[in-house]
Design a binder for this molecule. Structure first.
Ligand code: PHE
Length: 536
């Protein structure tokens, strides 16, 4: 055939697809061999299979005709994208009306339906958005590589901010404190104690004389504590607590924020419990977000996959693995339909898959029923004005609290603009369930009552619009993410193909609740599937 005139890339893929459509998989394999894509030994030496790198993932060699991908979340779209690059003919079935799955960005004009509840009409102004699902990306994550490859522009997401607050009401704190203040006090008193113990010889079994000297020198700077003559006391006079009157010109040295709480109060307030969060591999600054909303990622993926290959509103009703291939039955526009393919990559949440009839056996069924869905929810509060910047000097970052809102997020973009959106709660477990049980108006009231304990009455004023999500009440998703009681036999089983069906998703990775986990799982499955095709 037109071997010499068929160039690499889209035209070759289109050509192969046409061959696949008319001649079936066998004809397609033969044609690919002729094109040098490769079942022959000669082609294999020219274009050896390369294991995936972090980006520019390319599968080389012979490709299968057809793969049915279930779910157009990040895992499903990534699988379809990579298979598409390698020349596979992919069809994605998505039960929801739009792609992205939990990667959902809400904007003005959106409608958000809720199982057993009212549909919210999102009334945000132009340019305002709420990342209702994923909202932050660590630099090491594969998500960054896909943003680069797909041309998704990024900006810094401020995950920790010394000027945001900490407030533990149940610990008897009278008022919120800034992160910087809490850190100064906790590091200060811990340093004082450790310096005293070191100096008094309590650690002599562990420390040489030189170790002690070096440790004391470190603690002096780390905790801003006094010297030996002062008993290494933390006085909190160092400016790191913050200032009630800022340093300025000439004689204005500034007034350091006081009074300094006692050591006992500092530990009683429990602010130190939040510090380790930002040490985590996945949560440490710098972090990033796509400019304009996280859904830039699924939008770019869907674009690259091709909208013609994605069927939304298509709810899977049965999965059958056959001796050769798979048959996927689904419902679309109230009509029963079927899709036949060589392989299936199922990326639906396990608890949703567990309700879909299949012939993969009792072991698979009980494995799918093993992970436990985790509740999470968010509310977005759009304000006319940005009082957190103008009046409280908070430009991005997160306030943490033991109130049931857990966190308040300040936007990491649009500084000094006319409007801005705060995340008024982002909580998990029981707190998320409590908000999920309310209608939107109830959630809003409760979130404002709680947030006002931190920000005062201005928190209730000038709200232009709000929207909330309870992930357990999102149809076809039914949870924020899952947790494995243990990553045991069930996890191992579903990480292996079952007949011609592969499973993928963040729930089959070691980074659950991160897009990174979805990408990694999709890449692993696509690689395995392709290697199997090469062997067949
Ligand atoms: N990735 C989500 C987030 O950053 C959920 C998560 C939270 C996962 C904390 C791990 C740790 O909020």
């Amino acid at each position: 055939m037109a071997q010499g005139t068929t160039e690499a890339g889209v035209s070759r893929r289109g050509f192969l697809t046409r061959v696949g459509a008319t001649g079936g998989a066998g004809a397609m394999f033969a044609t690919m061999g002729a094109l040098g894509l490769a079942p022959s030994a000669e082609a294999a030496t020219r274009a050896p299979f390369e294991p995936p790198r972090a980006s520019d993932f390319r599968l080389r060699g012979r490709a299968a005709a057809k793969v049915a991908v279930l779910g157009a979340g990040v895992a499903g779209l990534a699988a379809a994208y990579e298979l598409g690059k390698a020349g596979y003919e992919v069809t994605v079935l998505e039960a929801r009306k739009r792609v992205g799955g939990r990667n959902l960005t809400l904007r003005g004009g959106d409608r958000l339906a809720e199982a057993g509840g009212a549909t919210q009409r999102v009334g945000f102004g132009k340019g305002t958005y709420l990342n209702a699902g994923p909202a932050r990306i660590a630099q090491w994550m594969t998500t960054m590589d896909y943003c680069r490859e797909l041309g998704v522009p990024l900006e810094v997401f401020t995950n920790s901010n010394a000027d945001a607050y900490l407030f533990n009401e149940s610990a008897g704190m009278a008022a919120p404190v800034r992160w910087r203040t809490a850190k100064a006090d906790v590091y200060g008193y811990v340093s004082e104690l450790l310096a005293k113990a070191t100096d008094q010889g309590a650690l002599d079994g562990r420390l040489t004389a030189t170790d002690k000297e070096r440790l004391l020198s470190f603690l002096s700077g780390f905790g801003a504590i006094g010297g030996k003559a002062d008993g290494f006391a933390y006085k909190g006079t160092d400016g790191r607590r913050g200032y009630s009157v800022n340093p300025g010109a000439a004689d204005t040295a500034g007034t350091v924020l006081g009074p300094v709480p006692s050591l006992s109060d500092v530990f009683a307030h429990g602010t130190g419990r939040y510090f380790s969060f930002e040490f985590g591999y996945s949560q440490a600054m710098l972090m990033f977000q796509p400019v304009g909303g996280m859904d830039a990622i699924p939008r770019a993926l869907a674009e690259a996959v091709g909208h013609g290959r994605i069927r939304t509103g298509a709810a899977v009703t049965r999965i059958t693995s056959l001796a050769r291939g798979v048959r996927i039955e689904y419902e679309r526009d109230g009509r029963a339909r079927a899709l036949d393919a060589d392989f299936c990559v199922a990326t639906l949440p396990p608890h949703v898959l567990a309700r879909i009839p299949h012939n993969l056996g009792a072991g698979v069924q009980s494995a799918l029923a093993t992970p436990v869905p985790v509740a999470t929810g968010k509310i977005g509060l759009e304000y006319r004005g940005r009082w957190w910047e103008d009046e409280e000097r908070i430009y991005g970052g997160i306030t943490n609290t033991d109130l049931d809102i857990s966190t308040i997020w300040y936007p990491s973009h649009g500084y000094h603009g006319d409007r801005g959106l705060l995340v008024g709660y982002y909580n998990f477990g029981a707190a998320a369930d409590a908000y999920a049980a309310l209608d939107h108006a109830g959630r809003l009231r409760r979130a404002l009552d709680q947030g006002a304990k931190i920000h005062g009455d201005r928190y209730r004023r000038n709200i232009a619009a709000s929207a909330s999500i309870a992930w357990k009440r999102q149809e076809h998703i039914e949870g924020g993410w899952i947790s494995w009681p243990s990553r045991g036999a069930a996890y191992a089983l579903l990480n292996r193909p079952q007949g011609n069906v592969y499973f993928a998703g963040d729930w089959l990775s070691h980074e659950i609740a991160w897009q990174h986990g979805s990408f990694e799982s999709a890449r692993k499955v696509v690689t395995e599937l392709h290697q199997r095709v090469l062997r067949s």
